[in-house]
Design a protein around this ligand. Sequence first.
Ligand code: AMP
Ligand code: MG
Length: 403
Amino acid sequence: MASPLLSVEEALARILADASPLGTERITIDAAHDRILAEPLAARLTQPPFDASAMDGYAVRAADVAQLPAKLTVIGESAAGHPFFGRVGQGEAVRIFTGAPVPEGADGIVIQEHTTREGAQVLVQGDDVQTDHIRPRGGDFREGLRLLDAGRRLGPRELSLAAAMGHGEVVVYRRPKVAILSTGDELVRPGETPGTGQIVASNHLGVGAMVRGFGAEVIQLGIARDTAESLNAHVARAKDADILVTIGGASVGDHDLVAPVLSKQGMELAFWKIAMRPGKPLMSGRLGNLRVIGLPGNPVSALVCARVFLVPLVEHLAGRAEASEATRLAEAAVAIEANGPRQHYMRATLAGDGDGLPRVTPVRSQDSSLLSPLAIADCLIVRSPKSPAVVPGETVRVLPLDF
Ligand code: AMP
Ligand code: MG
């Protein structure tokens, strides 16, 4: 039965139609790296909490060092974590260190390099002696200020900021659980030696690493054989997952059992031919809360389809505000042939010196079964269906493979 080809955009829109964040959980900030904030964060503290010295030196009254040299009486010391509780009066100074509270009465810091200690006194001398080495209270942020919005990914900078704002726990979106199942009688596990007619299953690792990088928790279900029993047994272990990703077995050959077996389990299956290269039919479906995406078995097709369809789904379920189709512009370094009726994701490499657009060159082979050219590539040139031939220097869209 010939079904009409679906565009990449339409297929993606259908996959994302009801994809909203899965729920939230409260976790400690120590475990929050790479998680997505589900609630905005406001400062619970003022930072710095006190006027603090930015340098090692002496806390003084600026008026006392307006005329130099000046000799001041040292009345105490303020170090980080050990404030001086007295007051600096006229003609007095307090020895002070970086990060220590500026004592009352003082309104300036003279850096150590402009001073000579003489017992209980300090001599301040030099040209151009500045005293503005104070980090004012609240100079970073004040209590109540909302600094991180919901949807923000907690990377290194956000984690430090959230902790400094006084948060020991944060409310984040739950991570989508993605169960990945390889299918095929010919497959052996990575590291095993393939026998006659066998190959090493590799796609599950790339797909798993990819979605983990976009916020998923990965459950590897292993390799199902091309039998209904084996498929059923493996799929049963996806019960707690949010997405089941099957790899291979999704064509219409005698041994392509994924669609019939899942349908028998009651899964509503959509089976699409997508106007896309690489990529054979893509399967999408649902069994209760479990979403199913069936990727092609060919390694490059599997990884490209995962990037184009699975990653956006994961991002939507993970609550990532900026979902990443994320194509950029580049300049064709060589001529590229007119494209056929399918959207073509050409493996390519980017080069550039930072001036203007990067230049992009397709890699030698675009065969969707070959992994080594994909490993050389650092982007995919996205060519719309039936787009005309490209001459060198023309602008094209690329999808970076920077994950
Ligand atoms: P299929 O869609 O099952 O017909 O598989 C298409 C091609 O991809 C065949 O050459 C398979 O051997 C290969 N293939 C299927 N699954 C995997 C996998 N997990 N890793 C690497 N190659 C695979
Ligand atoms: Mg197969």
